[in-house]
Design a protein around this ligand. Structure first.
Ligand SMILES: [Zn+2]
Length: 96
């Protein structure tokens, strides 16, 4: 069984799902715990992106499991990916 890599149409759908839920629940960023403005486009540094709680690298089988998704600022997501300021080594960046 092969796992499709993160990207394309499915990742956009996942992002939309995370944003819809985050907006509904006012979910803060899972990395910095500050509010996310869900109205911003996801290309903005403060926009919402999908963070994989368990990294895709270590847990590829969880790539498409919605319970493994959490909203994070784009900027936070990217800085987590650099390996700096990680609270949890299991949290790594996604390039949705
Ligand atoms: Zn953040």
């Amino acid at each position: 069984m092969t796992i499709p890599t993160w990207g394309g149409r499915r990742a956009v759908d996942a992002l939309n799902q995370v944003k819809a839920e985050g907006r509904r629940n006012n979910t803060p960023c899972c990395l910095c715990y500050q509010d996310i403005n869900y109205s911003l486009p996801s290309t903005e540094p403060d926009g919402c992106t999908v963070q994989h709680i368990k990294s895709r690298k270590l847990f590829p089988e969880l790539t498409w499991v919605p319970s493994n998704w959490a909203p994070a600022h784009k900027g936070c997501n990217e800085s987590a990916g650099s390996g700096s300021n990680l609270r949890d080594p299991g949290v790594t960046s996604t390039d949705w």
